[in-house]
Design a protein around this ligand. Sequence first.
Ligand code: CMC
Length: 427
Amino acid sequence: MANTASLKIDDKSYELPIITGVEDEVALDISKLRGMSGAITLDPGYKNTGSCSSAITFLDGEKGILRYRGYAIEELAEKADFLEVAFLLIFGELPTKEQYQKFHADIKKQSIVDEDVKKILDAFPKSAHPMGVLSSLTSALTSFNPSSVNVNSEEDMYRAIVKILGKFPVLVAWTLRKKQGLPLDYGDDDLGYVQNILKMMFKSPSGEYKQNKILIEALDKLLILHADHEQNCSTSTVRIVGSSHAGLFASISAGISALWGPLHGGANQAVLEMLEAIKADGGDTKKYMAKAKDKDDPFRLMGFGHRVYKNFDPRAKIIKKAADEVLGDLGVEDPILDIAKGLEKEALEDQYFVDRKLYPNVDFYSGIIYRAMDIPTEMFTVMFALGRLPGWIAQWREMRLNKEPIGRPRQLYVGSPSRSFVPMENR
Ligand code: CMC
């Protein structure tokens, strides 16, 4: 391939360097375009815009490939645990046993949350959505840990990273328990990272929490599948907020808010609500297929379609299989799973969905597993956030280590031309 691409504007020609990635992806470097020509590029939704170079996650939407640091998602979901994958994403290599133990020990040491955070939690109405609560509490961590804001060395970064990995699951568990009117407490340092999360969420105030291997494996898998997805909406948010050197916790709080939306992580809650609505309406999937295709109807088939995957979402394949296994192992029979499968079958055979390359995404089946695990629907997106945390951290760290400039897109102004102020009495 040539080293440059030519761009012609009027009678002037500009050479744009061509950069290729390790998987032969091609990018035109337009970083000097405005300086050379005065022109900018316009790309709403960033459908054609790379915001950074990254060595963390590779995905090929046409071939349905997803790899973290070079390792296939299928292999990681099968063989690794979530903390191992978190280390891999953040630091670039799978941990040795010693590295893993030290990492976990450092996280555990940082898992205590200031008691005053409970007062903030108490101030929320019971009806507050857990994602709003979690975003606020994560932001509040900055005030309780001011030394984590200005990170000037890799050691500072490491301290901030283990702090958030330690405290975030506590905030998640507290958010759930507060909603359920249960006492807020901590986990158990003798447990694995994921086991501890389950215990913190579900232990009854009056009894022992018995670990269930099926639940541990299911949660490990779901968190791994959600752990990173390159420059998606929430991750780009984390990178752009972090690019102002706002600090890790503030950046992650912003990422949580971005994830909340139903077009992004909020889709897992929306999928379950949609499946419930279809069930309550008599299970007529055809009616909802017709609604999804009707351009005058705002309804969309939640859990379908993806900005990047135009073949299939490899995570959805793994989750669909896991949903069958987990429900089978737990002995749960959920009519919602049958509705989901019926809807998927119809959509995959429907010309509208075929033409637009709309396939089930990661969120289509994940809610069914969370429900079988007794996680309330409103907490589904919080579980996504828990899984995405290492990805957000890895991307934030990479951005800081690469000394990326502050994110500040340009715009094309289409408002009123210059005009004079009109006093109120003359308007
Ligand atoms: N149901 C019905 N039609 C759809 C759907 C859907 N779920 N998704 C896309 N379309 C249609 C859309 O109407 C458009 O049709 P036309 O070309 O006739 O105007 C075409 O497909 C392209 O859609 P788009 O909105 O331009 O595509 P996008 O890349 O901007 O949006 C998406 C991607 C994920 C936001 C969208 O597919 C969607 O809203 N899906 C439902 C929400 C969802 O499941 N989100 C989770 C995404 S995966 C997890 C994550 O990353 O957070």
